[in-house]
Design a protein. Structure first.
Length: 643
């Protein structure tokens, strides 16, 4: 609902103004009275939310209230007695019967989101705007706003301008074109919107698609919506254009070459975060019936993966086979428009890259609304990774775009700026679900919300966290210590607190149980086992530094032999394992066996130049591992990773 300014300062003139109003209203009601903007302007607004202000707000002129407390408008409608809250059909029937009013244009109708209810589903009202020109003074026009809730007529205002109003002009298509106080400064607002319509109609069909499908991100950057170049007029005194600033700050592109490489990656990898999303979907399919926490434990996922799994499990079916296509391609198209604004690409060059992205979207989605809902879901996942409020960002997607998607029904198309008239071929829809705005909202469970909060807190610098936030994060990770990423985050908190290695070791021991449970799940998928090996190497480091050699032995023996060839990190760990076995055995036969196994593991991490046990390099590797065991693995493991 629109919000208007508080009562003006000149309330001291209220009495004088009311006398003027009475003088005007006392004229012959068979003719509409002349409104003199030099003396007063009138706007009557029903404040449906209540709040600190009165139920009725006045713009200078006084208004009477009936017995029900609803404000009544001054009787300037030929004795028709119209009040705020009156039904649209009743009010319009009365106004159409008056000879001294002329309809300015057909009614403008649109839908506006006004908030969300407890179920986190958006609440929308359908609005309509009626406008009438005063025949005896065409420079004045009255506006009446209606909504489909219980308030109906909720705003009446009179607008005056120097240039006479004309029926059917573009101005009436845009109910938000003038400021909240209902006044126009000259003809500036009208000319701007005429320019927008002219610019939009001058675009080719594909240029309109280019603008339409990149609209959500362009509007968030407050740039030009209706031209392919989002910055047709640039600030000559700025060190760089806003488009270039966006590409450098958010995309890490600092030249045309960087951006072309980025667009190439988008095409080859099918998206920016889409491959990661598809991987999470594979995990969900691979473990049917498992919860997000169970999958996280089996696959040793990170905190961001775990928090995102809840989102993916709820939205995966809605997104269908095309997944994040709407979000990814829209982001790519916005990037192409920014590259034009940055001066890196011409409009013709950008269109060559844009056409395949445009065609893919048009073929896969049913309509603008269907595309927009899929886009909002994809943006929600991206926002989750950035630790922002998902719902608020999805809400703004629709607020920013609905302004440009009003359905003007049968109005002249040359005066229409709406994307609803643009058709999607939908050649490859393949039975995917057709979504609307209400399908896009993410309703996280209490558990999912806690994981998202934990991930968001983990992304902050420890010293920027409040004491209550540290306690909340530590408590949550302690409660979820059976999930590896939570157990490891609890250890990180202990380190940040400055606890000694000896004091931290018990937390590693508690985390060890959760790490052991992932071993049976290490098969079939390309999972993130670096977390698993990082844990063992870190635990070994702490145990060495604390001189807890019993834990060192247990850890290395705990590795076993079954999965020794999974990756380079495991090969290094097993090398240490067999080197430790060499230290404690007195059997020459076993010593040779362990040395042979160390060489085999070393060969698995090398590109060519295989060595044998008899080579001098083999003994150098064994000696190096012995030095690692004597000095600890903190630095040595980093060196090994580089090898």
């Amino acid at each position: 609902m629109d919000r208007f300014a508080r009562l003006p300062r000149r309330l001291c003139l209220l009495c004088l103004t009311c006398l003027l109003c009475q003088a005007v209203f006392a004229k012959d009601l068979s003719k509409f009275p002349e409104w003199n903007p030099e003396i007063y302007q009138t706007e009557f607004v029903l404040d449906i939310k209540g709040g600190r202000n009165e139920a009725m707000r006045m713009w200078i002129s006084r208004v009477e209230k009936d017995n029900k407390g609803d404000p009544s408008l001054p009787d300037v409608f030929g004795g028709k007695k119209i009040k705020l809250r009156d039904k649209e059909s009743d009010v319009i029937a009365k106004l159409d019967s008056l000879d001294h009013l002329e309809r300015a244009a057909a009614p403008v109708r649109w839908t506006k989101p006004v908030g969300y209810c407890e179920t986190r589903r958006i609440t929308c009202y359908h609005y309509s705007l009626h406008s009438y020109i005063l025949k005896n003074d065409p420079r004045s026009c009255i506006f009446l706003y209606f909504s489909d809730d219980e308030y109906n007529l909720e705003r009446f205002c009179l607008v005056y301008r120097a240039v006479p109003f004309k029926p059917g002009e573009e101005f009436f298509l845009y109910p938000d074109v003038y400021p909240a106080d209902g006044r126009l400064v000259g003809d500036k607002s009208v000319s701007n919107w005429k320019k927008d319509i002219a610019s939009w109609n001058a675009l080719s069909e594909y240029e309109q698609y280019f603008c339409m499908l990149s609209l959500p991100l362009i509007t968030r950057s407050c740039q030009e919506v209706f031209s392919v170049n989002p910055e047709p007029v640039q600030d000559l005194f700025a060190d760089m254009s806003e488009s270039q600033r966006i590409l450098e700050r958010d995309w890490h592109c600092h030249s045309k070459e960087d951006f072309i490489r980025m667009i190439g990656d988008l095409k080859s990898r099918k998206g920016f975060i889409a491959p990661w999303y598809e991987w999470l979907c594979e995990l969900v399919d691979y473990y049917p019936g498992k919860t997000a926490e169970e999958i996280s434990a089996l696959e040793c996922l990170e905190l961001d993966d775990t928090a995102s799994l809840f989102y993916v499990m709820q939205m995966k079916k809605k997104l269908g086979e095309y997944g994040l296509l709407a979000w990814e391609n829209s982001r790519g198209l916005a990037g192409l428009r920014w590259s034009i604004g940055a001066g890196w690409l011409t409009e013709q060059e950008a269109m060559q890259y844009a056409r395949p992205l445009i065609d893919e979207v048009l073929d896969c989605y049913d309509s603008w609304d269907d595309f927009l809902a899929h886009y909002a879901i994809g943006r929600g996942l991206d926002i989750l990774l950035k630790c922002y409020d998902i719902f608020a960002n999805q809400y703004y997607v629709f607020v920013d775009t609905l302004k440009y998607t009003r359905d003007y029904e049968s109005m002249d198309k040359t005066h229409q700026l709406s994307f609803h008239g643009i058709k999607f071929p939908a050649k490859k829809q393949n039975g995917n679900p057709v979504l609307s705005c209400n399908d896009a909202w993410y309703d996280p469970s209490e558990l999912a919300a806690k994981w998202e909060k934990a991930y968001a807190l983990s992304q902050k610098d420890f010293y920027d966290l409040q004491t209550s936030e540290i306690m909340e994060l530590e408590y949550f990770c302690g409660m979820k210590s059976k999930v590896p990423c939570a157990a490891l985050k609890r250890i990180d908190i202990c380190k940040a607190k400055g606890m000694s290695d000896k004091d931290i070791l018990p937390y590693y021991y508690m985390a060890l149980d959760s790490m052991r449970k992932i071993i049976p799940g290490k098969r079939g998928l390309n999972s993130n086992y670096k977390t698993y090996t990082n844990f063992y190497s870190a635990y070994l480091t702490k145990a060495f530094n604390a001189k807890d050699y019993n834990s060192v032995y247990v850890l290395l023996y705990d590795l076993g032999e079954e999965y020794s060839t999974r990756n380079k990190w495991l090969c290094h760990l097993y090398s240490l394992y067999y080197r430790l076995r060499m230290e404690e055995t007195k059997s020459e036969r076993k010593n040779k066996k362990f040395k042979k196994r160390i060489v085999e593991l070393a060969n698995q991490t090398r590109d060519g130049n295989y060595i044998t046990v008899e080579d001098d390099e083999a003994q150098q590797i064994v000696d190096h591992l012995g030095e690692i065991l004597r000095n600890g693995v903190t630095v040595s493991f980093n060196k090994l990773e580089g090898e």
